[in-house]
Unconditional design. Sequence first.
Length: 490
Amino acid sequence: MGGSPTRIRTKGCTSVDKQTTFDFVVAANRLPVDAVEREDGEVEWRRSPGGLVTAMDSVMRGRDGAWVGWAGTPGEAPAPFESEGMWLHPVPVSAEEIEHYYEGFSNDTLWPIYHDVIVPARFRRTWWHAYRRVNERFAEAVCEVAAKGATVWVHDYQLQLVPELVRERRPDVRIGWFNHIPFPPVELFAQLPWRAPLLRGLLGADYLGFQRTADAQNFVRACRSYLGATTKGDRVTLPAEDGQPTRTVRASAVPISIDVASLTELARSESVQQRAQEIRASLGDPKTLLLGVDRLDYTKGIRHRLKAYEELFEDGALSCPDVTLVQVATPSRERVDAYKRLRTQIETTVGRINGTYSTVGATAVHYLHQSYDRAEMAALYLAADVMLVTPLRDGMNLVAKEYVACRHDLGGALVLSEFTGAYHELSQAFICNPHDIEGLKQTIMRAITGDERTKRRMMSALRKRVTHNDVTRWANHFLANLEASPEKPA
Ligand code: GDG
C-alpha cells in the first residue's frame, strides 16, 4: 500500500478517512462482498459466492491490493473500507443504471451475443449510454486508487471500455483485462451497433486474456474486420491516430481454474463426508444420484438436460426410486425477461416430470432454486454419482472442475458438454453435445452404467489435469503475460 491511512473501525471492516493508493488494483462489476442486514439492523459484509470471487480470492491474498466494484445496492456507494486484507472501493450505480447498464446492456445485449445468441439480443441506445457512463465511473475510481505505475486487472464483459478510459487518464499504469465468458465469432459480434468502440475500449489494455484460444482468435479477427487493425498471430496493431503512437496488444488464452487444494481439503473433512452420506440417506439412498449445479441461466443447458432425463424415464431406462436428480439452480438475473421465461419453463418441466414419474416417497427431480454454502456444495459433489454439466455455451464452467477436485475418492462420473471452456482441458470426461438429445441420453446412461474401474481411471486422469492447472497457476500465467506487455519494439 502506498501510504499510511488513518483507520476507523466499523462493523466487520475498517474504513479510512484519507485516500490511499495501491500497486495492484482489480476492477470487476461486483465487489467480492454482499451487504447483509443483521437482526440488530447493522449491515455486515459477507464474502459473496461465485466463480470470479472464488478465483480472485487467492490472487488477492497477501497482495495488499484494492478491488473496485459495485457494492450490490442501488444509489450512493458506501465509503471505501478494508475487508480481510483487501481494500474495497465501492462504485455507485443508480437504480436506473442497474436496469440499463447491468440488466440491459451487459445481460440482455452482450451476454446473448457472446453466448451464440441462444436467446435474441436486444439493442437499446439508452442502455449503451448507461454502459459508457458506468464504465467511465469505474475508470475514474481505478485511477483514484492506482499508485504510479500500478498493475490494473480489469474483469469481464461489463467493463470492456475501462482499459481505454484508464489509459487515457493514466498512461503510467499497466492494464490487463480478462474475459470470463466466450468471445463471439465475428459473424455474431458484427450485430453489435457498438462493435468498434467496444474493440477500441479493450485495446486500451496492454494484455487481453481469454478462456480459449478460439475466443482470442475471434477477438483478433474482429479487430481486423472492424478497426482495420493489422494482426500477426495473437498480436493486434492499431494504426497510429491523432499523434498517438502505434500500439501492439497481445490477446491469448489463459484458462481459469479453481483453488483445488482448499476444495479438496474441504471435501476430505469429516463433516463434509458425513454430510454427503446424510444427503444420500435423506434422498432415500438411491442407486444413482445425478446432480446439476448451475446459475439459472439459459446458457447452462438445463432444459436440454431435463429433456434427456425425462425421455430416459419415458423409455423405461431410468425409474424411481433407483434414480434421482438433484438440480441446484442458483437464482440469477431475476428481473431480465429471458431469465423469467426460463425459470417458468424449467419449473413447468420439473413439475411435469415429478407428476409423471415420482412415486410416494421417491422424487424424480429435486429442484432447488436456492444458494448454499461452500461446504454444502462440496457435500453434494461428493454425494453425486453423475455430475451433469451440459451448457450450450460456457466460457469455462468451474462447476465441472469443482466436482473433479472434490472426488478425492475417485468416485463419480462427469458428463461434460463440448461447448464449455472446460472441455478443452477435461476431454477424458463423458463428453456430450447437449443439442443432440439422443446422444445426450446415451452419454448419461454410459456414465451411470459404465464399468467402475474405467470410471475411476477417467476420474484420476481428470484430477491430474485439474490439479495441474489450479487458480494460482492461472493468475500467475495471466500476470506474467501482462508483465511481458507491452513488448519493446524490435
Ligand atoms: C462465469 C462464466 C466461467 C453456484 N451456486 C452456488 C455457488 N456457485 C458457484 C459454483 C462456481 C460458480 O458459482 C459458478 O461458476 P461457473 O463457472 O459454473 O459459471 P458462471 O457463474 O456463469 O461464471 C463461466 C466463470 O465465470 C469463471 O471465469 O467459468 O464460464 O460464465 O464456483 O460453485 N457457490 C455457492 N453456493 C451456491 O449456491 N457457495
